[in-house]
Design a protein around this ligand. Structure first.
Ligand code: GLT
Ligand code: MN
Ligand code: MN
Length: 386
C-alpha cells in the first residue's frame, strides 16, 4: 500500500531532487548528481516521469559534442527505466542577462534572446517527447517601478507568447503552454502573480486554447491565499494543464517543502480536487529536500512526496465513501428543484417568476450550516481515527 507506481503519474524536475541545497546565505551542501543517475533513482522509487529546464540537462557552457553525449546518456537512462518526459521549460532566471526580466525586459535584445533561448529549449523538450511547456516568469517583475515598464511588460509578454505559440504550431510540436504564477521571489513583485491574473491574461493571447496554467501550492500559500481555491478556478476554466505540488508556511520565503509536510488540510483538498475532477495530467513535485539533508534525506523526501499523495488519495476515497460525512454534505447542499429550474437560465418568464417568489427568509437565516461537524469529521479522517 502507498507504493508509488508509474500509473500514478508522479513526476519530479531534475532541479528538485538534484537541488544541491544552496540558499542566499550559504553554499551548496550536496554534491551535484547527474541526470541519468536521477532518472535511475526516480525509476527505482516508482515515479512516472522527469522534467527539466534546458540548462538542467545541458549546461549553458556545454559544447555541441558534449550536448550530444549528454542527450544520449539521458535517453539511455529513460529507456532503461521507462521514465517519460512529460514537461519541459526554460531557464530564464539564472543568467545575469535576465536580471530585469526576460520576455518583459525593457531591453529589446534581452527579449529577443529570451525568445531564441525558449525556441531552442522547446526543440530540446520535443526531442524527449514533452507535451507540456511551462513558463515560470521568475524574473518578470520589479523591485522598484522606476523604469515605468509595468504596462509595456504586459504587451511584451503577450508578444513573446504569441510568437512562441506560432513556433509551436509551425514545428508541429503539439505543446500545451502552462503559465506558472508566483507573487514574488526572486523579484519583489512578479507580473501575473496569481492564477486568476494568468487566466485573465491568457484570454488576451492569439491562441488562448493552447495556453493554461501550472499552479503551485507554495506560490499561493506564500501570499496567504488558498491554493485549493486557485486550483478550483483553474479546473473550472478547463485550464489546469499541469500542477506543481509542494508545501510552504504562509508569509515565508519560498520554501518548496515536501508535499503534505505542512498544511495537511489544504494538501487533502488539493488531492481531492485533482482526483474528484478527473485531472489526467502529471502530479509534479516542485520541491526539494531540506538543506539539512544529505542524499539519503533527498530520497526520503522524494518518497515522502509520493507516499503522502497516495495516503491523501486514500483519505479522499474514505471521505467520499463515509456515510456520516455524505449525509452531512447532503444536508449542506440544500436542493430546491423548482428554484434551480428558475435560476439555471435566464428567460423573461423565469425572471418574473423569481421576482414573484417569496422566501422563508427567517427559516433560512436562523439555521446554521453544519460546517463545524463536517470539518471535524474531515479532521478525524485525516487524523486516522475514523
Ligand atoms: C523554480 C521555481 C519553480 C518553477 C520552476 C520552473 S523553476 O524552481 O521555483 O516554481 O516551477 O521554471
Ligand atoms: Mn516554487
Ligand atoms: Mn513551480
Amino acid at each position: 500500500q502507498y507504493q508509488p507506481k508509474p500509473e500514478h503519474k508522479f513526476t519530479f524536475g531534475l532541479w528538485t531532487v538534484g537541488n544541491p541545497g544552496a540558499d542566499p546565505f550559504g553554499s551548496a551542501v550536496r554534491e551535484a548528481i547527474s541526470a541519468p543517475y536521477i532518472v535511475e533513482k526516480l525509476g527505482e522509487l516508482g515515479a512516472w516521469g522527469v522534467n527539466f529546464h534546458d540548462n538542467d540537462l545541458i549546461p549553458a557552457e556545454a559544447t555541441p559534442e558534449q550536448a550530444k553525449q549528454i542527450k544520449k546518456d539521458f535517453q539511455a537512462a529513460l529507456d532503461a527505466t521507462g521514465l517519460v518526459v512529460p514537461m519541459a521549460t526554460t531557464n530564464l532566471f539564472k543568467d545575469p542577462i535576465f536580471r530585469d526580466g526576460a520576455f518583459t525586459s525593457a531591453d529589446a535584445r534581452v527579449r529577443a534572446y529570451a525568445i531564441q533561448k525558449t525556441m531552442k529549449a522547446m526543440d530540446l523538450g520535443a526531442e524527449f517527447g514533452a507535451k507540456t511547456y511551462v513558463f515560470w516568469g521568475g524574473r518578470e517583475g520589479t523591485e522598484v517601478d522606476a523604469g515605468s515598464r509595468t504596462l509595456d511588460a504586459m504587451g511584451w509578454f503577450r508578444e513573446a507568447l504569441n510568437f512562441l505559440a506560432e513556433y509551436n504550431i509551425s514545428q508541429g510540436y503539439g505543446y500545451k503552454f502552462a503559465l506558472e504564477p508566483k507573487p514574488n521571489e526572486p523579484r519583489g513583485d512578479i507580473f501575473l502573480p496569481t492564477v486568476g491574473a494568468a487566466l485573465g491574461f491568457i484570454a488576451t493571447l492569439d491562441h488562448p486554447e493552447m495556453v493554461g496554467v501550472n499552479p503551485e501550492f507554495a506560490h499561493d500559500t506564500m501570499a496567504g491565499l488558498s491554493f485549493p481555491h486557485a486550483l478550483a478556478q483553474a479546473i473550472d476554466a478547463k485550464k489546469l494543464f499541469h500542477v506543481d505540488l509542494n508545501d510552504q508556511k504562509m508569509g515565508r520565503f519560498d520554501q518548496d517543502l515536501r508535499f503534505g509536510s505542512e498544511n495537511y488540510k489544504s494538501a487533502f483538498y488539493t488531492v481531492k480536487l485533482l482526483e474528484d475532477s478527473g485531472y489526467q495530467g502529471p502530479r509534479h513535485f516542485d520541491a526539494h529536500a531540506l538543506r539539512t539533508e544529505d542524499y539519503d534525506g533527498v530520497w526520503e523526501f522524494a518518497k515522502g512526496c509520493m507516499r503522502t499523495y497516495l495516503i491523501l488519495k486514500d483519505k479522499v476515497e474514505q471521505y467520499n465513501a463515509d456515510p456520516e460525512i455524505q449525509a452531512a454534505l447532503a444536508e449542506y447542499y440544500v436542493k430546491d428543484e423548482a428554484l434551480s429550474g428558475l435560476t439555471s437560465k435566464f428567460s423573461p418568464e423565469n425572471a418574473q417568476q423569481l421576482k414573484d417568489t417569496s422566501f422563508d427568509l427567517e427559516g433560512i437565516r436562523s439555521k446554521g450550516r453544519g460546517l463545524e461537524k463536517i470539518d471535524q469529521l474531515t479532521a478525524e479522517v485525516l487524523l486516522g481515527v475514523r
